[in-house]
Design a protein around this ligand. Structure first.
Ligand code: ZN
Ligand code: ZN
Length: 218
């Protein structure tokens, strides 16, 4: 997906949202303009309305994430939809009524829809999404204390403290001079997991964390 700029998103609103809701929709876009995950989510929704009828997002929830991939639920005037979102794109997965497909439930560590619903209920008590962007990895958007997407340039190498995607350790551990296929990447993933991957540390890699964006502390 190409990156959609704020101006383009603004234009989509004219087509996607009823006149009386446009100011509300634009306010949400501005509010999350520094958050690439929500910007991807809003772009995906407003550029390609799931029900092809004018609609407006009322609430955003972010119930789960796994490394750099996030599950969002949005409530709109017409319905509620699940989206999978990462740094590059946002994809519509299902309506809330349909429930999540099995492969996505498993991706986020749930055995079935029932265990997901048991944890999240009907979202009635869920707080609205608060952008934690200041506490996310600047490259893969995993959050504080969690693992990066493998290959993220910010991930620290557990052997040499260098950049895991840039140092020579992967070649040394695999005993090869270049990585040319997925099997080698998978083998390396097992080796580095056994050694112990280093999770994202927001305090270390985001110097302004945790006060970024918090005007009250300035
Ligand atoms: Zn990362
Ligand atoms: Zn290394």
């Amino acid at each position: 997906m190409t990156t959609i700029k704020q101006d383009d998103l603004d234009t989509f609103i004219d087509y996607a949202v009823e006149p009386e809701d446009r100011e509300k929709a634009r306010a949400m876009i501005r509010h999350f303009s520094e958050d690439p995950l929500v910007t991807n989510l809003l772009s995906s929704f407003y550029s390609s309305l799931p029900d092809a009828k004018e609609d407006c997002i009322l609430q955003i929830f972010q119930p789960e994430h796994h490394q750099g991939t996030f599950l969002f639920l949005i409530r709109t005037n017409l319905s509620a939809y699940f989206y999978m979102v990462n740094a590059r794109e946002a994809k519509l997965v299902a309506t809330e009524g349909e429930g999540l497909p099995q492969e996505i439930l498993e991706f986020f560590g749930f055995a079935d829809l029932e265990s997901f619903q048991k944890k999240h209920g009907d979202f009635g008590n869920h707080p609205d999404y608060q952008s934690e962007f200041a506490a996310t990895c600047p490259a893969c958007y995993t959050t504080d204390g969690h693992l990066h997407e493998l290959g993220c340039p910010v991930e620290v190498c557990p052997w040499c403290d260098g950049q895991l995607s840039g140092c020579n350790c992967r070649f040394e551990k695999l005993g090869i001079t270049e990585i040319s296929n997925d099997t080698q990447i998978q083998t390396f993933q097992k080796i580095v997991e056994k050694k112990g991957r280093i999770p994202f540390d927001a305090a270390l890699h985001r110097p302004s964390y945790p006060t970024a964006g918090d005007d009250k502390l300035e």
